[in-house]
Design a protein around this ligand. Sequence first.
Ligand code: CP3
Length: 357
Amino acid sequence: MIVKLHKVVKRMLFNDTFLRACRKERVEHVPVWYMRQAGRYQPEYRKIREKYSLMEICEIPEVCAEVTLLPVRQLNTDAAILFSDIMIPVKAMGMEVDIKGGYGPVIANPIKQAADVERLRDLDPEADLPNTMEAIRILHRELNVPLIGFAGAPFTLASYMIEGGPSKNYHKTKQMMYAAPEVWNALMDKLGNMIVTYMKAQVAAGAQAVQIFDSWIGSLSPSDYRQYVFPTMRRIFENLQGIGAPMIYFGINTGELLPVWKELAVDVIGVDWRVPLDAARARVGTKFALQGNLDPAVLLAPWPVIEQKAREILDLGMVEPGYIFNLGHGIFPEVKVETLKRLTEFIHRYSSAKLQA
Ligand code: CP3
């Protein structure tokens, strides 16, 4: 009886604004969350990082859950994003991954040839990443906002796996794409399978939305995207239809790719700050919800500038139902917690006044 009552109360107090916006339904305010909302800009996170490495935070369910919850409580965001990294499942597939703070993922055994791709193991999330799955289950109990699960997209993951670390021009990655398309396609297939399996497992454990991060995809021309990456993306999103969680696809420098993304069966498109939201809508149509797109660098500006730019974005975003406020990329360490608190408050206040007008 008491357990049942607890569940009823929890459902009543649950803030599902973000999920409604993903489905283009009516909302009372524009939902907000921030990419990299857990990280070094928070004194509390820095304190935890003195004790644990990034990998350790991901590996200890209680710590992972605590770090995930922190920004939701601190900033009052409308969604939580699982604290993990796009390289965690890649490590489970057999790559020797290390993540260096302030630099990025480093791989000791980069992919060079067909045999390296063949060696990659299929991901079995419950067996390979039990701690991540446990963290999701803890968060599902604790949170009163939806939990976003995530994975890196095949191109972005492949770029680290082939280059061996961060890259400016992705020459090795593109070389494999052009010179060894059969090896490239085999890698895309394996990563595509991993992403489908991993997203299904995260949703089964309690994630209520999923975001696919394709941070570096903007380095491809639309025709190369269509030829070398699009078939895998289409297969991923088709295979994830009906999982009961909205799907978000995000990338940077994707302005020219949006007309191709339009053909994908996703619910939400995440845009960076280079494309105004009205232009993004003109490129993808009104079928999708949009997410974005304040330039994170604006967070270093004086408050009146931040407010002005946030208002401009809200005015464009709110023209259609289905809009989620976010940054165009992640928060970085120099940003102040106070700034994000104030911004979240402003987005909630300004959008609810506008929706009631
Ligand atoms: O709060 C959240 O957004 C959840 C956590 C999260 C992390 N990485 C933790 C992390 C998420 C969603 C990611 C995704 C991720 N990881 C992406 C896609 C999104 C993006 O930002 O483009 C990429 C490309 C990576 C790979 C990666 N991991 C890079 C490039 C870096 C270094 C960047 C930096 O600022 O140091 C990492 C390290 C990393 N992943 C940190 C965090 C909080 C850095 C902080 C630390 O060392 O504690």
